[in-house]
Design a binder for this molecule. Structure first.
Ligand SMILES: [Zn+2]
Length: 72
């Protein structure tokens, strides 16, 4: 086996994983719908905040402080 070839293949695989990872995270953790009110969360908001669980309205209400858990 040629060592240089094998290293090159591994590097290419790692590069592809690194490129794909943000997409995977988005799909796995971002909610399509707000956990609080059930309305759909706009795609730009989900893209900007991987793992986002609430729409902007509910998030604003939480920031005003009604004691609920704060998560984005
Ligand atoms: Zn909401």
């Amino acid at each position: 086996m040629d060592f240089a070839d094998s290293a090159q293949i591994q590097e290419e695989l790692l590069r592809q994983i690194a490129l794909a990872e943000p997409e995977l995270k988005k799909n796995r953790f971002s909610k399509l719908h707000c956990e609080s009110c059930g309305r759909s969360i706009p795609e730009p908001r989900r893209a900007a905040l991987p793992g986002v669980s609430y729409c902007i309205n509910c998030k604003k209400q939480m920031e005003r402080g009604d004691g609920k858990a704060q998560r984005y």
